[in-house]
Write a protein of this length. Structure first.
Length: 347
């Protein structure tokens, strides 16, 4: 072996390795900066996360999932009561309507459901961004449930009263931050969609008739069932299933992990995070209508239980302390997204 050539070869390999190492280091640095550079880095987001209280979650959910709402079947009188209630809460907290004219309802016509006599509404709340208002983070939950059967009300406390009321509380937390001078840098749309139980119609309608351009929608955080415990997880309850976080954007996944580690330290369980999961949860809630339009998504989900789509899904069975933590997790993740240096990139 020629020793001179060996030295040159070794030097070349070392140079390549050094360049590769520097490139990897720079990529990791860029990733770290994306998920950690927050315009309000010196502001304690938990101050506002802690405004999401047990009492408010409980009181509002007990009403929203009461017999008075008649199970909130799409287009029913009970569902109409539900959307009026949501509008009243936004008005009370001073959060504007999400339509361009400041109104709260996006009408979904009966023809869209192939039922001309049925109309329904998405409910939209909106906080305008202070620096990048054209970029919009959508946080969503479905407002409907499956109605009544043989005179029995299916209250839908977990599905999806829990997501609906969490979304209200998250909006209130952002509003309080804005009143203190810490309005989100990007705009936030609080989107309550109808018709999920009968085919994801409300979110599909919004995705096809967006108030804010889909290309300017930086991410969708979708909350569907976060108040109960999967029987498979009873031995360890401080968890939440996350679905979709790394499907379209590694940036979003990394930011989600960072926000949880920084603020909440819940067990993020990715058991159902797969397009080939036999349960097909990735395709079964409203985030999917954003994902199929190349909007990065996270679906927050506690898993199914014995009361799923049954009359036993009532407010008294909600695990309120865990419900609070999960709602706070969505808030702090949204906080980091809305205020980060850059939006999540598609991978």
């Amino acid at each position: 072996m020629n020793f001179k050539h060996t030295i040159l070869a070794v030097s070349a390999v070392a140079l390549i390795a050094s360049c590769s190492s520097k490139k990897k280091s720079n990529e990791e640095k860029d990733k770290k900066e994306m998920v950690s550079t927050n315009a309000y880095a010196d502001v304690d987001a938990m101050k506002y996360a802690n405004t999401i209280t047990l009492d408010e979650l409980r009181d509002q959910l007990y009403y929203y999932a009461s017999d008075e709402m008649e199970g909130r079947y799409t287009g029913s009188p009970g569902q109409k009561k539900a959307v009026e209630y949501l509008q009243s809460l936004y008005e009370k907290m001073g959060v504007a309507g999400g339509n361009l004219d400041g109104s709260y309802f996006q009408t979904v016509p009966g023809s869209y459901f192939n039922k001309p006599d049925l109309t329904s509404e998405n409910v939209l709340g909106f906080i305008k961004g202070t620096e990048k208002p054209e970029e919009v983070l959508v946080i969503s939950a479905h407002l409907d449930h499956i109605g009544t059967k043989n005179g029995v009300v299916f209250n839908g406390a977990d599905d999806d009263g829990s997501g609906t009321i969490a979304l209200i509380e998250i909006a209130e937390a952002f509003k309080k931050a804005a009143e203190d001078g810490y309005g989100p840098k990007r705009s936030i749309l609080f989107l309550h969609v109808t018709g999920e139980e009968i085919g994801l119609y409300g979110s599909k309608y919004y995705s096809e008739n967006p108030v804010y351009a889909m290309e300017n929608t930086i991410a969708n955080l979708n909350i569907d069932m976060i108040g109960r415990i999967d029987p498979k997880r009873e031995a360890k309850t401080d968890y939440i299933y996350l679905i979709g976080s790394d499907m379209l954007s590694q940036d979003l996944h990394d930011l989600s992990e960072m926000a949880n580690e920084k603020y909440m330290k819940l067990d993020l369980d990715y058991t159902y995070n797969g397009k080939d999961d036999p349960n097909r949860f990735y395709y079964r809630s409203d985030h999917y209508n954003f994902a199929k339009n190349d909007v990065p998504v996270i679906f927050y989900f506690n898993g199914t239980h014995e009361d799923y789509h049954r009359a036993g899904d009532t407010p008294d069975k909600i695990e309120y302390e865990l419900y609070q933590k999960r709602a706070q997790l969505v808030f702090v993740t949204a906080w980091e997204l809305a205020n980060s240096q850059s939006r999540p990139t598609l991978k």
